[in-house]
Design a protein around this ligand. Structure first.
Ligand code: FES
Length: 166
């Protein structure tokens, strides 16, 4: 069972404190069946992402080869090996969105943010990704910013939209 104390996202916590909390999580979950995914999930909740150092730490504590941990981390898209941005922007490049200008949206966002797809702005504020259909095809093109969906997005209005997140 996932307990609240283990998922606390305490600001100002040092890496050392985070590792200590992750160690507690490992102790608590290591004997459960399928514990690796649970532990990785909680570790990401505590640390924010799963850098290689942290994967090594988890592998050692679980007596598992790093390759097994790394294999799981890279297999599931909800695990991230890079720090996450505050606002994750995803542009739908499914057929309907693509046909209705998805590429122009990507180009405009790249220009406005000064990053390429797959990158995060140096201040850690925005990341840019593309994704497949999210089921809003009738109101294409669509993008998401974190969990919110924006439909019928006009590339010329993106600058204004981004300002809401400044
Ligand atoms: S193709 Fe973009 S929402 Fe379906």
């Amino acid at each position: 069972m996932i307990t609240e104390t283990n998922t606390c996202n305490c600001a100002n916590e040092t890496d050392q404190e985070k590792y200590a909390r992750i160690e507690q999580v490992i102790e608590e979950y290591k004997d459960n069946e399928g514990s690796l995914i649970q532990i990785l999930h909680l570790a990401q909740g505590i640390f924010g992402y799963l850098p290689l150092e942290l994967q090594k730490f988890i592998a050692e504590k679980l007596n598992k080869p790093l390759s097994e941990v790394y294999g799981v981390v890279t297999f599931y898209s909800f695990f991230s090996v890079k720090p996450k941005s505050k606002y994750a922007i995803r542009v739908c490049m499914g057929t309907a969105c693509y046909v209705r200008g998805g590429k122009k949206i990507v180009d405009k966002l790249q220009e406005l943010l000064g990053i390429e797809v797959g990158e995060t702005t140096p201040d850690g504020k925005f990341s840019l990704e593309v994704m497949r259909c999210i089921g809003a095809c009738g109101l294409a093109p669509a993008i998401t910013i974190n969990d919110k969906v924006y439909k019928q997005v006009n590339p010329d209005k993106l600058k204004k939209l981004l300002k809401e997140f400044k």
